[in-house]
Design a protein around this ligand. Structure first.
Ligand SMILES: [Ca+2]
Length: 205
């Protein structure tokens, strides 16, 4: 009896672990511009982005060319940034990082890949502490590249924070590419140059 109950429980747990929620969005090619008339590089031109929720979070962005051999970002301390915003609660707008201290943005969490001219790195940011006077929490996360796809993986312990914070139906996610001329944006948004954007999308169901 105990054995069969345990077996049923394990089957249920396996089903829970296997059930992933995914959202994929397609974006036009040739629409990546820093400003009108100033074209951004094709590796910042988003063709598709996806967000999959299981035990971990997996976020992919497909761009118009391979990202296997990227140039140095222009400017001192510059990085290219493939960025996801996760807006788990549409009723709150945390202040500050990575924006200047007084500015707010809707995303409670950020997941992003950086290229600094030498290597890729991945970062997960929990911005919620800013709602109660604290500072954003930053974590390094795995990033991998293959051809024209960049894949970010949010480990289970961090993914659990996101899943627990989701307030449906207002939760959204978005994806954008950015040239950042100064790595930490405390100096103002003039340092960040948006290239391409997929606007807010419904949370994966
Ligand atoms: Ca595009």
């Amino acid at each position: 009896m105990v054995g069969s109950l345990l077996c049923a429980l394990l089957v249920s747990l396996a089903a829970l672990a296997a059930r992933a929620q995914t959202a994929t969005v397609i974006d036009p090619q040739g629409d990546a511009y820093y400003t009108p008339g100033l074209e951004a590089p094709a590796f910042l031109d988003i063709l598709a982005a996806s967000f999959t929720i299981s035990d971990t979070l997996t976020l992919t962005v497909d761009v118009a060319v391979s990202v296997d051999a990227l140039p140095n970002p222009p400017g001192s301390g510059g990085v290219f940034d493939w960025h996801f915003g996760l807006n788990t609660d549409n009723s709150t707008d945390p202040r500050g990082f990575p924006l200047p201290p007084g500015q707010t943005a809707g995303a409670e969490f950020e997941v992003e890949a950086f290229w600094d001219g030498t290597a890729f790195s991945g970062r997960f940011v929990d911005r919620r502490a800013a709602l109660t006077g604290g500072s954003a929490l930053l974590y390094s996360i795995p990033v991998s590249v293959s051809g024209s796809r960049i894949t970010l993986t949010v480990p289970a312990a961090l993914a659990a924070k996101v899943r627990a914070a989701v307030v449906l139906p207002g939760a959204t996610w978005n994806c954008s590419t950015v040239l950042v001329n100064t790595f930490l944006l405390g100096r103002g948004t003039d340092d960040a140059h948006l290239a391409d954007t997929i606007g807010r999308q419904p949370w994966p169901q």
